[in-house]
Design a protein around this ligand. Structure first.
Ligand SMILES: [Zn+2]
Ligand SMILES: [Zn+2]
Length: 334
């Protein structure tokens, strides 16, 4: 079968690889759509947490079941979304049900082969039925949506709270939309005007450049600062700014992955008595994410910059690596 294979940093192509062989409790899925994530691009650049080469990329995928057990609750032909985080099931985090931060977590396309391929073998318990109205392409956006939702679930958003969101890529914009849905007031922060414009077009009331963020947040919140700050960008400057944008007694969630140790003003954490949350991947958020997309409650369509044929995925990953701000979400269709 065909798969998008990374053979080393900068070495990516569509290759012929062996088809998966069925095993008990695991389903075989024919992949229908696969989104390109920043982590796929980072892996291509040799920057990610890739454990081995060759590696099949891709973790934002939907498809159709080809083979499954009778006790899975699925039948061949069912349309499903793949939850791409494989926990060990026996570590401390797993024992708490927080499988998203399992000590041995394997994420498809990062620590283990991914799903940009014609077929994958996947645990039946990590598949989610697509609501009837959701296309395979649109369903793939459920994965980054769950990551956005998870940060907001971690900080426990209350109605009317201001949420400063640092970074307006896919997860940042989706975070703003989920905050709106939950009755909060998102303030989306990004240096790229065209990304802010996408947020604005989707009803985000406040969009600001990072240079003006501190003043803007202060004026929007009547001088208080944001009760909640979500750091999505992973930039060193973004992490540093979280404590400045937060109100006294505020909560900060860190979702982005900085490439180095950021400067972090812990005196300000103490003075404001901030609560800092880490937020990694997602846990149990897929069904709600798919329902929000199906009901058009969260309109993900403006985030999809283009849909390309499967064979073009390696070329698109190369071009995003060269020009990371040219697109928001690109999805390959099988
Ligand atoms: Zn992703
Ligand atoms: Zn575990």
């Amino acid at each position: 079968m065909k798969a998008v294979v990374l053979e080393g940093p900068g070495l990516i192509s569509v290759k012929d690889v062996p088809e998966p062989v069925g095993k008990d409790g695991w389903a075989i899925i024919r992949i229908k759509a696969a989104g390109i994530c920043g982590s796929d691009v980072n892996a291509y650049k040799g920057k990610g947490q890739v454990l081995h080469y060759p590696l099949i990329l891709g973790h934002e995928v939907s498809g159709e079941i080809v083979e499954c057990s009778t006790r899975s609750g699925f039948v061949p032909g069912d349309r499903v979304m793949v939850e791409p985080y494989l926990p060990c099931g026996s570590c401390y985090a797993c024992s708490l049900g927080r499988t998203n931060c399992c000590e041995q977590l394997r994420v498809l396309g990062v620590q283990t082969d991914g799903a940009m391929s014609e077929y994958i073998l996947h645990p039946e318990g990590l598949l989610h039925r697509l609501p009837g109205s959701v296309s395979f392409v649109n369903a793939t956006v459920a994965e980054p949506l769950t990551i956005a939702m998870h940060g907001i679930h971690r900080i426990g958003l209350k109605t009317g709270e201001h949420v400063a969101i640092i970074g307006a890529g896919t997860i940042g914009i989706l975070s703003a939309l989920y905050v709106l849905y939950k009755g909060g007031v998102p303030i989306l922060i990004d240096p790229l005007e065209k990304r802010l414009a996408v947020g604005k077009g989707l009803g985000v009331p406040h969009t600001v450049d990072p240079v003006d963020a501190e003043d803007a947040v202060r004026s929007i919140t009547g001088g208080r600062g944001a009760e909640v700050v979500l750091e999505i960008s992973g930039s060193l400057e973004g992490v540093k700014n979280t404590v400045r944008l937060a109100s006294y007694c505020g909560r900060v969630s860190l979702t982005g992955w900085p490439s180095a140790d950021p400067e972090f003003n812990t005196a300000m954490v103490t003075r404001k008595e901030l609560t800092i949350y880490g937020s990694r991947n997602s846990a149990r958020e897929f069904p709600e994410a798919l329902d929000l997309i199906a009901g058009d409650i969260i309109d993900i369509k403006p985030l999809i910059s283009k849909v390309v044929p499967f064979d073009e995925l390696p070329g698109v990953i190369e071009s995003i690596a060269e020009n990371p701000t040219s697109t928001i979400k690109v999805i390959g269709k099988m």
